[in-house]
Design a protein around this ligand. Structure first.
Ligand SMILES: Cc1ncc(COP(=O)(O)O)c(C=O)c1O
Length: 361
């Protein structure tokens, strides 16, 4: 079986984790600090605040922007549920814009239409889906024209660039995930990035029970801290991120070369001015049910990212998101299949995947 994801953990990660174990400092400490500094610098931002997951990073990101009850935030419905759930955590209202067919990312024209309808919108939460940066020129224009706050969900796009600028450095604040399937991992883990001192200060309070000094608490905070154990894994993984991303890109290129002429599927596009880091390699096909069966029979792992627009999830239906249609998102939800593209794939694995797909129809 060729798995859809396969985190690479080597001796160096294990050895640094052992060092943490031996130090007795299992939770907060120098590894977390070092990891925050390195990842923030790499992502071209001033401050990094490590968290327990990408979900808690998003929660902190919104709360550190002082997002409040009933604030309207435009976002995408074609993503993992955590993106818009972070809006619900602040009791704010997600407003769903449609996505673009070629990039799977939020469509600036759809954002503009929604801004006409909801001129009091406070923020924009974008997701650089599957490792491909959003259309940042257009998005920054919209943000400036409408005086919006910008949050980047960069959970799937460590190291991706738009016009040579790293994702995570465009918004007021951004959030990353280091879940094991991501481009680099800490086990569970996340990071908030920002250039703004006030946001950094609030984020630091939020992740640590609003604590300014031991047992003194200024605001309602949480225990969203990253452990030193996770940070140790992250520090080693971080050194390999560029190499992993290079392999992901190379694997994607090979898959596209081998599949692009097939008339029953569409290979993913890499759009202009972008460095796509291929968290997922997601094809579109009108023969999905048969294809999934065939992949199963042939031992090729796959993922459906994502089977439902967020607003069609039971949770959102119960919240009253009934009269929304995002036609592109809905079509994509029926067509998408992610194939293995991770850096642990061998040349033989890739040739096998291509060969089997070429024989499908
Ligand atoms: C786009 C997106 N946002 C947020 C998250 C949440 O990250 P985590 O699973 O680390 O909480 C994920 C991870 O699955 C994601 O893919």
């Amino acid at each position: 079986m060729i798995p859809i994801a396969n985190p690479i953990i080597e001796e160096e990660e294990k050895s640094l984790v052992n060092e943490v174990m031996d130090s007795g400092m299992l939770v907060m400490g120098k590894y977390v600090k070092k990891f925050e500094e390195k990842f923030a610098k790499y992502s071209e931002t001033d401050f990094g605040i490590a968290t327990s997951s990408g979900t808690t990073a998003l929660d902190v990101a919104l709360k550190s922007l002082n997002i409040e009850e009933n604030d309207k935030i435009i976002t995408t419905p074609f993503t993992f549920i955590a993106s818009s759930n972070s809006i619900l955590y602040s009791k704010a209202d997600p407003i769903f814009a449609d996505v673009k067919e070629d990039s799977f990312n939020i469509d600036p024209d759809s954002i503009k239409r929604l801004l006409n309808e909801y001129p009091d919108t406070k923020a924009l939460l974008i997701v650089h889906l599957f490792g491909q940066p959003c259309d940042m020129d257009e998005i920054i224009k919209i943000v400036n024209q409408h005086n919006l706050l910008l949050i980047e969900d960069s959970a799937q796009a460590h190291g991706a660039t738009y016009n040579d600028q790293k994702v995570g450095s465009f918004g007021d604040v951004s959030a990353f995930s280091f879940y094991p399937t991501k481009n680099m991992t800490t086990g569970e883990g996340g990071m908030v990035l920002t250039d703004q001192v006030e946001i950094m200060k609030k984020a630091r309070l939020l992740v640590n029970h609003g604590s300014t000094q031991k047992y003194h608490h200024d605001i309602l905070g949480y225990n969203y801290r990253m452990t030193n154990i996770s940070a140790a894994i992250g520090l080693v993984q971080f050194k390999k991120l560029d190499e992993y991303n290079k392999r992901r890109k190379k694997n994607a290129q090979k898959l596209t070369q081998g599949l692009v002429d097939l008339d029953w599927l569409k290979t993913p596009a890499v759009l202009e001015n972008r460095e796509h880091v291929f968290h997922q390699y997601t094809i579109k096909t009108d023969y999905r049910d048969e294809l999934l069966q065939y992949l199963k029979e042939n031992g090729i792992g796959y993922g459906i990212h994502y089977p439902l627009p967020t607003y069609e999830q039971n949770l959102y239906q119960k919240l009253g998101y009934k009269d929304i249609t995002c036609p592109v998102t809905e079509r994509l939800c029926d067509q998408v299949v992610s194939l293995p593209v991770h850096p642990a794939l061998s040349e033989k694995n890739l040739n096998y995947i291509i060969d089997k797909l070429r024989k499908f129809r």
